[in-house]
Design a protein around this ligand. Structure first.
Ligand code: AP5
Length: 217
């Protein structure tokens, strides 16, 4: 059983690596960003302040800690997390990490991976990101394009860009990452669970770096 956290800037490859890692390791993938997008679409069960969540996301701001912590803890109690889980995008503030440690003290984290990527590459990755609205597969028109122009390889759906991948919101998301998530990196470094990964390499090379650390433990 492995419990993993991925920390990376917007566009840093959390979702891309999470998909490969959870398939390989047979553990649950919990993306708080994906959960919020499902809530906004109306496909996540429960009662949530939808307009408030959408407003935070569109402005590139973090959804308040009380909302994200409750959703994540509820999700972690589902059966598919019993064999391990990968948290993609949570925690992203020191407060979220502290509350998680307190309220989920039975869920010990084995690895917190920090994927470092240069800022210029992040902007290019986010402007080129497309995803399938049906199966969620992530592509990039510059680096990992679909076989046919703007259409999903798996199910032929027309690919879409995320509404928060516009220039203004991306800049805000990067600013918030520096303000809120840099202190979280120090928090995990001091605990001795942080492993730094060079995210400027290809998708496969980043994946291999992470797997080597996991296998080495
Ligand atoms: P979230 O969806 O988590 O957005 P994010 O953190 O900004 O990260 P992204 O999803 O943009 O990027 P990623 O790291 O997953 O990169 P990807 O693999 O797609 O959160 C959205 C919003 O929800 C937040 O802004 C906030 O409002 C809210 N939220 C979520 N969690 C929260 C929390 N804990 N607290 C409060 N609010 C929260 O890759 C990007 C692109 O690059 C893709 O096109 C991909 O194909 C490409 N790519 C990936 N790896 C490589 C590579 N190695 N080489 C070349 N291209 C690559």
């Amino acid at each position: 059983m492995k419990n993993i956290v991925l920390v990376a800037p917007p566009g840093g490859g959390k979702g891309t690596q999470a998909e490969k890692l959870t398939k390989t390791l047979g553990i649950a993938h919990i993306s708080t960003g994906d959960i919020f997008r499902s809530i906004v679409k109306g496909t996540y069960s429960g009662s949530f302040p939808v307009a408030e969540i959408l407003d935070y996301m569109n402005k590139g701001l973090l959804v308040p800690d009380d909302i994200v912590v409750k959703i994540t803890l509820d999700r972690l109690n589902k059966d598919d997390c019993k064999n391990g889980f990968l948290l993609d995008g949570f925690p992203r503030t020191v407060n979220q990490a502290e509350v998680f440690d307190k309220l989920a003290s039975d869920k010990k984290l084995d690895f917190v991976f920090l994927i470092n990527v240069n800022e210029d590459s992040l902007i290019k990755r986010l402007s080129g990101r497309r995803s399938c609205p049906k199966c969620g597969k992530i592509y990039n028109i510059y680096y990992t394009p679909p076989k046919k122009n703007e259409v999903c390889d798996e199910d032929g759906e027309k690919l879409v860009a995320r509404s928060d991948d516009n220039e203004e919101t991306v800049r805000k998301r990067l600013e918030i990452y520096k303000q809120e998530t840099f202190p979280l990196v120090d928090f995990y470094r001091k605990k001795g669970v942080l492993r730094e990964i060079d995210g400027n390499k290809s998708v496969e090379e980043v994946f291999q770096q992470i797997m080597e650390v996991i296998k080495g433990k």
